[in-house]
Ligand binder design. Structure first.
Ligand SMILES: *[C@@H]1O[C@H](CO)[C@@H](O)[C@H](O)[C@H]1NC(C)=O
Ligand SMILES: *[C@@H]1O[C@H](CO)[C@@H](O)[C@H](O)[C@H]1NC(C)=O
Length: 462
């Protein structure tokens, strides 16, 4: 780190920012970031189940935000927690989009611990700096805001726990103004205590069609309640991420830096899985596939560069048993030289710049959306993903990546797909380019903003 930092004085601002990125990538091990939340990496992009929003307007988007009509509207955002996981970060992005057009934005956090940790401190400050008002969830002021607000956004199913205990008899008055943003699809969220008011809110906004359908099924079959009008909102990439993704010099520096820190060479091939390490995200099955792909390559005597698997998202303190299982597997199969574990990091851009292929191996119903998938595509990476959940709505099989089945049946297919991309350089690069084009046409912040705008308009009209 010392070397690049010393050079920064003579470099333009862009470089300075880049060095900060590098710096935080190698040291900010502590904070996570990504999908800590359940099977859903949250990010949005709106596509109404009814309104089909086709090819959002590109011309003129710089001058005028599609959210312009929200100017001077009062919006209350209810977060279940304040952390660096996907859900709260997404809600913060919405807060800033709304501030950008002059909405009055008030933020409350239902499960805020009484002592302020570093993460909460820095996130709250970031919001205050951008003019978001932060209130205590249980104060009278929060209740008054809910009653006065033009719009209330509840973020995640769990945020439903705020309604009865705090609003009490005002609940019926507030329900028709609520847009409920849902990012999860695990069974334990289908609890009456969280979602009993769901049928009576103005609308639900969900990150993928698959998840929306699943909610419709589960609420009907398990709870006997009906979903309100539901909008599907795919997520988009932030401007910050796109800036790095589209800066070839920045990417090269990050790539060299990360590769050096991992001890791999420029010409080596890196397959990475970037998710909190847990069984649901499928790191175990990925390593099995990777091991199998090495065996296939050896058996067929294929000529490929040295191959590496990178598992970004380790946290030994949280998933100790599973983490140990992964390391045991690596040891037993003597692939230590080919597998690298990287602690959770706030910043995924350096890793996306450093690798060649992203593996999205979320199991069971897959990702709710899986924001890392569109982030990788922005970096022109092909994606090897499970054919489940939001991934199927992002990755075009055979064009921007290759899909494999979830579970043990998928191990062999993923192994073959790894070999396929390792041996066909041209195919790999073409898929990456196609993925990038897809992101540019569907998964950018401005697409997300115009889709959210369409939903908010509908909700306000009611
Ligand atoms: C929802 O239920 C229908 C039929 O009841 C089924 O065909 C469909 O696969 C289910 N979808 C999800 C995502 O669970
Ligand atoms: C990764 O995390 C573990 C414990 O959680 C810690 O011991 C280790 O030093 C960390 N590694 C790096 C490179 O920060």
């Amino acid at each position: 780190m010392a070397k690049p930092a010393a050079a920064s004085a003579s470099l333009p601002k862009r470089w300075f920012l880049l060095l900060l990125v590098v710096f935080s990538a190698s040291t900010a091990a502590v904070f996570l970031i990504r999908g800590a939340f359940d099977s859903c990496d949250l990010r949005r992009e709106v596509a109404d189940t009814q309104l089909v929003v086709s090819g959002a307007p590109v011309a003129g988007r710089r001058e005028k935000s599609p959210l312009e009509f929200m100017r001077s509207k009062l919006v209350l955002l209810v977060s279940h927690e304040l952390s660096l996981s996907g859900g709260p970060l997404l809600l913060m992005e919405l807060a800033f989009l709304l501030r950008g057009v002059g909405s009055h934005v008030v933020w409350i956090c239902n499960q805020r611990p009484s002592e302020t940790n570093d993460v909460i401190y820095s996130l709250e400050h970031k919001m205050l700096e951008r003019g978001v008002q932060v209130l205590s969830a249980k104060d009278q002021e929060a209740i008054d805001t809910a009653v006065k607000a033009d719009l209330v956004v509840l973020n995640t199913a769990v945020a439903g726990k705020w309604l009865d205990p705090v609003l009490k008899e005002q609940v019926p008055q507030v329900l028709p103004k609520i847009l409920w943003w849902i990012h999860e699809m695990r069974g334990h969220y289908f609890k009456v205590e969280f979602v009993k008011h769901l049928p009576f809110v103005a609308g639900a906004m969900i990150d993928s069609y698959t998840t929306a359908e699943y909610w419709k099924n589960r609420t009907r079959d398990r709870l006997g309640i009906r979903m309100p009008h539901t909008y599907v909102v795919h997520l988009g990439n932030s401007k910050e991420l796109m800036e790095v993704a589209e800066d070839s010099v920045a990417k090269r520096i990050l790539r060299d830096h990360v590769r050096e820190s991992l001890g791999v060479r420029r010409e080596d091939l890196l397959f990475a899985i970037i998710n909190s390490v847990s069984r649901g995200k499928g790191q175990d099955l990925f390593l099995r596939s990777f091991h199998e792909s090495l065996q296939l390559i050896r058996a067929k005597k294929l000529q490929v560069p040295s191959m590496h698997a990178v598992v970004v998202g380790s946290d030994m303190n949280v998933q100790t048993k599973f983490e140990n299982e992964l390391r045991d597997f690596v040891r037993k199969n003597e692939i230590e030289g080919h597998v690298h574990f990287v602690n959770k990091s706030l910043n995924v851009a350096p890793y996306l710049a450093a690798i060649d292929v992203l593996v999205q191996n979320s199991q069971a119903r897959g990702e709710c959306f899986g924001r890392i998938t569109i982030e990788a595509m922005a970096f022109q990476l092909p994606v090897l993903g499970t054919a489940a959940g939001g991934t199927t709505e992002i990755v075009v099989d055979g064009s921007t990546g290759l899909l494999h089945p979830v579970g043990k049946e998928g191990v062999r297919t993923l192994a073959k797909n790894i070999v396929d991309l390792a041996t066909h350089v041209e195919r790999r690069l073409t898929m990456g380019r196609k993925g990038y084009e897809r992101v540019k046409s569907m998964f950018m912040e401005h697409h997300m903003a115009s889709r959210i705008a369409a939903v908010l308009k509908e909700v306000l009209r009611q």
